[in-house]
Design a protein around this ligand. Structure first.
Ligand SMILES: O=P([O-])(O)O[C@H]1O[C@H](COP(=O)(O)O)[C@@H](O)[C@H](O)[C@H]1O
Ligand SMILES: [Mg+2]
Length: 578
């Protein structure tokens, strides 16, 4: 794209407003900034559009939001689904309400009814609402846990999952086809309301969503027994989790829930953290100090759109709070959900499935084997787990038991088709109550998992590389690795190298090449000796390259050491590649 030409076009075209033009005038002398903003259109990644807020084609602003919505509207109309409407939610970020309103008005102007939440709601509730309201699609204005300068646009299809093939490419090409911003349709709220194409969704969906969550409780008895005693510290990190998390915990019987006061209210500036991500240690600082004050059993944090849940658990022996990675909490919940359902019903469905992404812990495979259920692996992105649930429904074969990702995302039940931190909070507190009745903490339960399944330790190192330069660097690293398969990684022998882009798995001992069985994606994966592995891929939501790895130790200490050594080796590898 000719970035200079685009820049001038935005300045000259009467369609763009004065504030936009003023912002663009202010960067006239900054060639690089003009390039960053106009060298491309914002593109769909792992979870829809995500970008920095500002004027430009490669930025999140009312124009790019309208363009995306016009493309979506065109696609819906071509599918003949315009009668079904679209559900819209938004989080606490800068511009979230404005973008949601713009999306609603664009849909309405295209004759598609917009159901828009009255105030902010979590991602999983939007996913639930799409199916509940029988919509054609859904939109959530959120950039999840990204820093405050970002916003984003998650798109859902009628099954309540984020878009996957064929709808994703179909929608993307419709969005691309909107080349003239001024052809995008819109109308006023009054006009839209008058035509019956703008409906505000209130608490009725909240109530139904809460009822669905409660159906997932297995051990009401345990909550009844110890729910009053369990002390839970919770932070919504200034996002959408506050009300639904408090409500579900209260309604099922947990009475001692302490919300971190400084982080309770929605605030798109996220003033107490630089990065509102439960994966970051910083996100737990205030929660941990409140936990010490209250002597809490658990410290929980949800990300701003409340689809990720981070956890610290108290180890009563050492008195320390121990962080659980997304892999650990995911395995704890997978084992609890499948194990306790089996206990309760006497068996698990023979076609039951535990689903994880390729970068998620292999402990999941051991859990699936133990319970005699199938393990399904998908590419990164919870949308691919959602896609499997739809597949089970359509084929009548297979039953969803549990799905999770390493990045703190899981789903219990099928009420939503995206990761759900509200139901995860509920289930984790329930599991804590259950283990408490057995005289155990969640950490004790985790130790039991290690003893039963093996000492799996997994980690991820994400290297931030922003802007055009960063993107080029990321591509160069991927090419270098693609062209030079390492023989050894972190002292482990490379047994096989998978290239998901080329759809190949090469056995390095025999030279045999087989297919991956998954759609093409820019991902490299090394199967290593001693059950270790390394996977490298560019993030599809942030300007980062991610190195995921896993090892299996002989004991917890051994696993910790092996994981630390592996992490150091990755750092050396990164230093060499840079
Ligand atoms: O950001 P969220 O919470 O919406 O989460 C999104 O991004 C995560 C990281 O993706 P990537 O590694 O490509 O950045 C994905 O695992 C997740 O499925 C997706 O919904
Ligand atoms: Mg999120």
């Amino acid at each position: 794209m000719d970035y200079k030409k685009n820049y001038e076009e935005w300045l000259q075209n009467p369609y763009f407003d004065e504030a936009t033009k003023k912002e663009l005038e202010s960067i006239r002398e900054n060639e690089n900034e003009i390039k960053e903003r106009f060298y491309m259109d914002l593109e769909f990644g792992t979870a829809g559009l995500r970008g920095i807020i500002g004027a430009g084609t490669n930025r999140m602003n009312v124009y790019t939001v309208r363009k995306a919505t016009q493309g979506l509207a065109n696609y819906i109309c071509k599918q003949g689904m315009e009668e079904k409407g679209v559900a819209i939610a938004y989080d606490s970020r800068r511009m979230s309400t404005e973008f949601a309103e713009e999306a609603a008005l664009c849909l309405a102007a295209n004759g598609i009814k917009a159901y828009i939440f009255e105030t902010l709601r979590p991602t999983p509730e939007l996913s639930f609402a799409v199916r509940e309201l029988h919509c054609a699609a859904g939109i959530n204005i959120t950039a999840s846990h990204n820093p405050p300068e970002y916003n984003g646009y998650k798109v859902y299809w009628e099954d309540g999952a984020q878009i996957t093939p064929p709808h994703d490419s179909g929608i993307m090409s419709e969005v691309k086809a909107v080349t003239d911003y001024s052809t995008v349709k819109t109308m006023t709220v009054e006009q839209a309301k008058e035509k019956g194409l703008y409906q505000v969704i209130g608490t009725e969906i909240d109530d139904k969503y809460m009822e669905e969550l409660k159906k997932q409780v297995i051990h009401w008895d345990s909550i009844k027994e110890v729910g009053k005693e369990l002390k839970i510290v919770y932070t919504p990190l200034h996002g959408t989790g506050n009300l639904p998390v408090r409500r579900i915990l209260k309604e099922i019987g947990f009475e001692q829930v302490y919300v971190v006061p400084q982080q309770e209210l929605p605030d798109g500036e996220f003033p107490t953290v630089s990065y509102p991500n439960p994966e970051a240690e910083e996100a737990f600082q205030l929660g941990l100090s409140l936990a010490k004050e209250k002597d809490a059993d658990l410290v929980l944090a949800t990300d701003p759109d409340a689809d990720r849940l981070g956890v610290y658990v108290k180890d009563t022996r050492s008195g320390q709070y121990i962080p659980l990675t997304g892999n650990m909490s995911g395995c704890l919940l997978a084992d609890y959900e499948i194990g306790q359902r089996k206990e309760k019903n006497g068996s698990v469905p023979s076609d039951g499935a535990l689903i994880k992404t390729i970068v998620t812990s292999n402990m999941a495979a051991a859990i699936a084997k133990y319970y005699g259920v199938q393990l399904i692996e998908v590419l990164t992105g919870f949308k691919f787990i959602g896609q499997k649930i739809l597949g089970f429904e359509q084929s009548g074969k297979g039953e969803y038991l549990f799905g999770f990702e390493e990045s703190y995302g899981c789903l219990i039940g099928t009420h939503a088709r995206d990761k759900d931190a509200i139901v995860a909070t509920m289930a984790l507190c329930e599991a804590a109550a259950y283990y408490k009745t057995k005289g155990m903490t969640l950490w004790d339960a985790m130790i039991e998992l290690y003893e039963r399944y093996g000492y799996y330790k997994d980690g991820v190192k994400a290297i931030g590389l922003s802007g055009i330069e960063g993107l080029e660097k990321i591509q160069a690293i991927m090419s270098t690795l693609r062209e030079n398969t390492p023989k050894e990684v972190a002292g482990y022998k490379v047994l096989a190298a998978r290239d998901y882009k080329l759809d190949t798995i090469k056995n390095l001992t025999t030279g045999e090449v087989t297919a991956t069985g998954l759609p093409n994606s820019n991902v490299l994966y090394y199967e290593l000796s001693d059950q270790a592995w390394l996977c490298v891929r560019p993030s599809g939501t942030e300007p980062k390259i991610k190195f995921y790895f896993g090892i299996v130790g002989e004991s917890l200490e051994d696993a910790d050491k092996k994981a630390a050594d592996f992490s150091n080796a990755i750092q050396e590898m990164v230093d060499q590649l840079m």
